[in-house]
Design a protein around this ligand. Structure first.
Ligand code: NAD
Length: 334
């Protein structure tokens, strides 16, 4: 397979590139290294990839890049480049969200239309549902985003569907639900909890303690993305939820983490901020039906992998916990 991955230096994009290379694909990765979080983390994400001759990194903005040339004779484009995060999508921050989530998606779709026969897999989001009327959310529900971020992700998804319907571009939009696992973006709640637990700092929960998220492990998400890029005879413009199927409250996640660490750590809480929904939860029946996909990773197992990776990165030499003899061997690549 020849694949193009936009957002290749990001959390999910880099995990996807590792998995594609492991399946013998040739990959062109495009990323402009936005300063949303530490560029060091993004360079770390691509360091291993760059040692593989089948991977080429292009540091460019998707909006300006010569996409037809970069797409070449690729079979599929995995369009993961985007500006994530709910809280910074208000006020002046909105311009970046519109640019990176809507304009960039339109450029990818135009270039795919020009090329012809190129499948586009678009990284949509559970944020398109907002505070839903009923749960679990299904793709047939009326979307009602609760944040400007959600509005831009839904706009990108609508573009993907209309390029499929008007021009026959084979697009698939996957609505990811709170993705976690090794390499998670550092501003996400689980990453912050783990950071606090491993460094002895205080974790501040910016949400109602009872907020529920349908956490989805990154390897499961990557598997869904690759299936969306390879399964044949999909309906044009397909939209599918990709959700972990084991929704949990933030308090339950904290308990799970305390169980892994076998010790307590301090937590403070602040009121939830504008745009944060109370609950996410999806039905993955469409992904099961069309892609043959189901989540495989239990929350406790995925959380453990994320802890082990972060612990290794922090190089915590003196184990704070019993039974952590050989974490590296237990951890799958990447
Ligand atoms: P991330 O920020 O780690 O990765 C996104 C990457 O895209 C970044 O490296 C950034 O530099 C790059 N980028 C942004 N705009 C670009 C542009 N115009 N040109 C080139 N590169 C650009 O985020 P992530 O968590 O890996 O998310 C990947 C995608 O999945 C995003 O589109 C996000 O909206 C979507 N998504 C993520 C989650 C989640 O829980 N992580 C949930 C739902 C949807």
């Amino acid at each position: 397979m020849k694949a193009v991955v936009t957002g290749a230096a990001g959390f999910i994009g880099s995990a996807l590139c590792h998995s594609l290379l492991a399946q013998d694909a040739h990959v062109v990765g495009i990323d402009k290294f936005t300063p949303y979080y530490s560029p060091e983390q993004k360079w770390r994400n691509v360091a291993g990839l760059q040692r593989d001759p089948r991977f080429r990194l292009v540091v460019e903005d998707v909006v300006d890049a010569d996409l037809p040339a970069l797409f070449g004779d690729a079979d599929v484009v995995f369009h993961l480049a985007g500006q994530p995060g709910v809280r910074t999508s208000w006020a002046k921050g909105f311009d970046e969200y519109a640019y990176d989530n809507v304009c960039a998606t339109q450029r990818v779709l135009e270039a795919a239309r020009e090329r012809g026969g190129l499948r586009v897999v678009y990284a949509s989001s559970s944020s398109v549902y907002g505070n839903a009327v009923s749960y679990p959310c299904r793709e047939t529900d009326l979307p009602a985003p609760f944040s400007p971020y959600g509005v831009t992700k839904l706009a990108g998804e609508h573009l993907a569907v209309l390029y499929a319907k008007n021009y026959g571009v084979p697009t698939v939009s996957l609505r990811f639900f709170t993705v976690y696992g090794p390499g998670q973006r550092p501003e996400m709640a689980m990453a912050q909890m783990i950071e606090a637990a491993l460094t002895g700092s205080t974790f501040n929960l910016f949400a109602a303690a009872g907020a529920i998220r349908d956490f989805t492990y990154v390897d499961d998400v990557v598997r869904a993305i690759i299936l969306a890029g390879t399964v044949t005879d999909l309906p044009p413009g397909l939209v599918a939820n990709v959700c972990g199927g084991e929704p949990a409250t933030m308090v339950e996640v904290l308990e799970c983490l305390r169980g892994i660490l076998r010790e307590d750590f301090p937590v403070t809480t602040s009121a939830s901020v504008a745009g944060d929904v109370l609950r996410t939860g999806g039905d993955s029946g469409v992904a099961q039906h069309y892609l043959g996909w189901r989540p495989r990773t239990r929350l406790a197992d995925g959380l453990l992998q994320q802890v082990l990776r972060r612990r290794r990165e922090l190089d915590v030499t003196a184990p704070r916990v019993d039974g952590w003899g050989s974490p590296v061997a237990a951890e799958p690549a990447p």
